[in-house]
Design a protein around this ligand. Structure first.
Ligand SMILES: Nc1ncnc2c1ncn2[C@@H]1O[C@H](COP(=O)(O)OP(=O)(O)OP(=O)(O)O)[C@@H](O)[C@H]1O
Length: 397
């Protein structure tokens, strides 16, 4: 439905130019719900505004439903835009018009005859569950209801594509889910291709078939949602995945766990294609090691299991080493060390530990996210012979 080919969008800036979209090549398939996720300023909105040519591309091609919109004259663009609906974080409703008036306005602009508008408005408001609110004004509606009006308005002219720019970012979690459910119905019942821009991996997890992760104007990773969750390659993706699942302890939670559980702590991945909790149970049975589950979570993504369990292991060092080696042959095992010799989770998200940590080694990071700890340096500094499992430290994906 949409193909970006080496798409570039630059804006003039004080210090030269900003490359808001930087050489993006990406396909969005007909009939899917496609997520675009990234931190603020990553280029998400600009990328999506290239689709309806609200921003003309500086270079490259943007092919929408078979037509390169970068090459079209304005008159033709209007026709392409009519096939693309858009909804926004702040809803952008006309406050002086009723709910029915807002939807009717979109029909009037698109040239629908007056006598056909009434039925279409009723049909749309029925679809979004607002049939009883037709005569109310936006100020009388909740945020979720306003977004439903936005969706009805965007669907008025039967678009093939719906662009949702942070459409749930101003809503509470429950309302967010309602609106995402509605977008899923728009997709499955009306066959509309939906492009969802978000900075929340929960939204991707709940609603999207495939996802692209943006950073610095580039798509740094994309794929079907399960693969991206199960094997995130890029650091930004790993952090987004961590925020959606919260299955691994944050640095602060890990510090608290170490007070209660001074022994060896490991985090074991649970994946459909790797070891499941069955393998974990088997390994615990076959090795003279006691394992206590102290943290974790397993959820379903795309109807497949995904998550991790964190355990405290008790036993002889050699037995624990044998257990970790065995389990590592089928799944990812992240060694978090002991209270005496702690090792950090390099991809941890959430509140930092309260005690001072060594500085990260990966350059500046987002102020809202914890910095990674140089775990090898930590282990080496404490004792060169301490960490017999260093080779297992990597969280295999
Ligand atoms: N009209 C413009 N003029 C100048 N710079 C712009 C313009 N629009 C976007 N930018 C810049 O391009 C970059 C990408 O912005 P964009 O809004 O696409 O990011 P985003 O990922 O959608 O961020 P947010 O989630 O905050 O909206 C930013 O550095 C932004 O300042």
């Amino acid at each position: 439905m949409v193909s970006f080919r080496h798409a570039v969008k630059t804006f003039p800036a004080k210090s030269g130019e900003v490359r808001a979209v930087d050489d993006v090549t990406l396909d969005i398939r007909t009939g899917e719900i496609f997520g675009v996720i990234g931190y603020s300023g990553a280029g998400k909105s600009t990328l999506v505004r290239l689709i309806n040519a609200l921003e003309p591309a500086t270079a490259g091609e943007v092919i929408v439903d078979g037509q390169d919109v970068t090459a079209l004259p304005e008159r033709e663009l209007r026709r392409v835009r009519a096939g693309i609906g858009m909804i926004f974080q702040q809803f952008n409703l006309l406050s002086s018009r009723t709910v029915a008036g807002n939807v009717g306005y979109a029909l009037a602009v698109a040239g629908w005859p007056r006598e056909e508008r009434k039925d279409r408005i009723a049909e749309l408001l029925d679809f979004v569950g607002l049939a009883d609110k037709a005569r109310q004004y936006p100020s009388q509606l909740s945020g979720g209801q306003k977004q439903r009006v936005g969706i009805a308005r965007a669907l008025a002219t039967n678009p093939k594509i719906l662009l949702a720019d942070e459409a749930t970012s101003a809503l509470d979690p429950e309302t967010t889910q309602d609106v995402l459910d509605l977008l899923r119905r728009v997709n499955s019942e009306l066959g509309v291709t939906v492009v969802v821009i978000t900075h929340e991996m929960d939204v991707v997890k709940y609603a999207c078939d495939r996802v692209a992760v943006m950073e610095g104007g580039k798509v740094v990773e994309h794929g079907d949602v399960y693969s991206v969750f199960a094997r995130p390659e890029h650091r930004a993706t790993r952090r987004f995945v961590g925020t959606a699942l919260r299955d691994r302890p944050s640095p602060a939670a890990l510090e608290r766990l170490r007070h209660r559980h001074p022994g060896r702590i490991v985090t074991v991945a649970v994946r459909e294609d790797g070891a499941s909790s069955t393998d974990l149970t088997r390994a615990l049975r076959e090795h003279p090691v006691d394992g206590t589950i102290i943290y974790g979570g397993i959820v379903e993504i795309a109807e497949r299991p995904y998550g991790s369990l964190t355990l405290e292991l008790a036993g002889e060092d050699a037995a624990i080493a044998g257990f970790i080696t065995d389990l590592s042959s089928t799944t990812s095992v992240l060694d978090l060390g002991t209270a005496e010799h702690p090792l950090a989770d390099p991809d941890a998200v959430g509140p930092r530990a309260t005690t001072a940590s060594p500085e990260g080694d990966e350059g500046p990071s987002s102020p809202t996210l914890p910095q990674a700890v140089d775990t090898d340096r930590l282990a080496d500094a404490d004792s060169p012979t301490w960490n017999p499992f260093t080779h297992l430290r990597r969280w295999r994906r």
